[in-house]
Write a protein that binds this ligand. Structure first.
Ligand code: FAD
Length: 449
């Protein structure tokens, strides 16, 4: 098996395939761990953790501590991000090498249906493969009206951290990435304006959840330009101006684009192997095979749910399918509708499975139970009673169909509902579990009751 791309999709495929007995070569041009570790999931959450710690300092006096100042030291922050990435890369490399995976530092591409080439610093290497896995990920989308310079007009890849903390950043795009960057910069001390193309931030999410986040942003002084689509950015010295289609302009010291991504497939040689693509993505069947049966695609390149967790699961499923382990009775197909996801704002937002709004739109009968964290002792102990737990279940059987959580540690707590949704557990199964007291998870048990 030859895998091109060593992000979560490529790595998990490599380790599973090696464990199942395949001879595996993994070609990575940059760093194993992928964009997920270098630019996306990990540095963004590490910077958010610093921002959250700083916001928390504002509350410590209420908890019985003397005031602490929270000035941001960008050099320390930069070193912290670098060291987290290096440690993660080291452990992935060790794992891959211990499994006998051959790691090739180079740029991979297809030369034919079974031929893969890698351009390395030492020259070009060629490989014959029975199975090829394409896992080259994606990168931020840059429209032609955005003169990205990496200094004041930024994509998410320039933000870890920028040379100086922005005085005022205009974030363009109010999906998951956009709102996380609003939270990140605001909690580190920057002023923030958010351009929201619709009337609601997080347009794909439960309106009640989005409203909770909007209220929190407004409380924190974030300016929202709703119903405005950015159409141009200009920079004059230290000022950046973002123009919108409704005539409004937003001014700041920096602009940050968070308007989606494009797949890394231009130089992959798809045509040489006869692999079809659609706007650069590689369409796959339910076993993640492209139109060429021994060539699979995983992760962001597959155009499915762009999450690191999904990419890693896809990689694993490919290895199992390619090596015949999918005939095992315990094997399950990946069900994207049951993927849990989270938004690392403060409060955090997490959901899984069927959303209340979607159930109503489909005319489906559901039972919704909601419990505010304010009724959980642990939330009061934490001095953070914001948010709620919502469980969506089948009124006839009690089977948990979905749920959402807004509040501290929502991204951790949603795991309980994810296990229930994936395995068809009922609200009674949750309610009958003996949980630790005092914990935030008790709000889940109460909602299940
Ligand atoms: C700002 C941001 C934050 C995010 N946060 C989260 C989060 O908190 N949780 C979450 O689940 N998801 C998050 N995501 C999404 C997540 O990062 C992606 O879904 C995930 O990285 C996809 O994994 P992948 O393996 O497909 O690709 P990647 O992680 O992009 O890895 C692809 C790898 O392929 C390599 N490559 C590309 N072309 C070649 C080539 N020709 N030859 C050799 N190597 C090549 C690249 O160098 C890269 O290392 C976030 C995304 C963004 C933009």
């Amino acid at each position: 098996m030859v895998i091109i791309g060593g992000g979560p999709a490529g790595n998990s495929c490599a380790t599973t395939a090696a464990r199942l007995g395949a001879q595996v070569t993994l070609i990575e041009r940059d760093t194993v761990g992928g964009a997920a570790h270098l630019w996306d999931c990990i540095p963004s959450k590490a910077m958010i953790a610093t921002g959250n710690a700083r916001s928390f300092l504002g509350r410590v006096m209420r908890m019985g501590l003397a005031e602490v100042r929270g000035e941001v030291d960008l050099d320390v922050l930069r070193e912290r991000l670098r060291s987290i990435e290096a440690r993660l890369e080291g452990s992935i490399r060790t794992l891959l090498e211990s499994q006998g995976v051959e790691l090739v530092d180079g740029v991979g591409s297809l030369k034919g249906p079974h031929e893969v080439v890698a351009e390395t610093a030492q020259g070009v290497r060629e490989f014959e493969a029975d199975v090829v896995v394409l896992a080259t990920g994606s990168r931020p989308r840059i429209p032609d009206w955005a003169p990205v310079d990496g200094e004041r007009v930024l994509t998410t890849r320039h933000a870890y951290p920028p040379p100086a903390l922005p005085e005022h950043v205009v974030v363009i795009g109010s999906g998951v990435t956009g709102v996380e960057f609003v939270h990140m910069f605001n909690s580190l001390g920057s002023e923030v304006t958010l351009i929201v193309s619709r009337q609601q931030v997080l347009p794909q999410k439960d309106p009640e959840v989005a409203a909770a986040l909007e209220a929190d942003f407004l409380r924190r002084g974030v300016r929202l330009y709703k119903g405005a689509r950015a159409t141009g950015i200009s920079r004059e010295d230290d000022e950046v101006t973002v123009s919108c289609d409704d005539g409004r302009v937003a001014r700041g010291s920096h602009a940050l684009l968070a308007i989606g991504s494009v797949p890394n497939s231009e130089m992959l040689g798809l045509d040489a192997a006869g692999v079809h693509s659609d706007r650069g993505y590689v369409p796959v069947d339910h076993n993640l095979r492209s139109n060429v049966p021994h060539i699979y695609a995983a992760g962001d390149l597959s155009g499915r749910l762009p999450l690191s967790s999904v990419a890693a699961m896809q990689g694993r499923k490919i290895a199992e399918h390619a090596l015949g382990a999918h005939v095992d009775r315990s094997h399950r197909h990946l069900d994207y509708d049951k993927a849990a996801s989270a938004i690392f704002t403060e409060p955090e937002i997490a959901d899984v499975g069927l959303a209340e709004a979607d159930a109503f739109a489909e005319g489906r009968k559901i039972r919704v139970t909601k419990v505010p964290f304010a009724s959980a002792a642990k939330a009061l102990i934490n001095d953070d009673p914001r948010g709620f737990v919502k469980i969506v279940s089948d009124p006839a059987t009690g089977v948990v169909l979905g749920g959402s959580i807004v509040g501290r540690h929502a991204a951790e707590l949603i795991s309980v509902l994810a296990v229930a949704v994936t395995n068809g557990l009922t609200v009674n199964d949750i309610h009958e579990s003996l949980l630790v007291h005092p914990t935030l998870a008790e709000a889940l048990a109460e909602a299940a009751e």
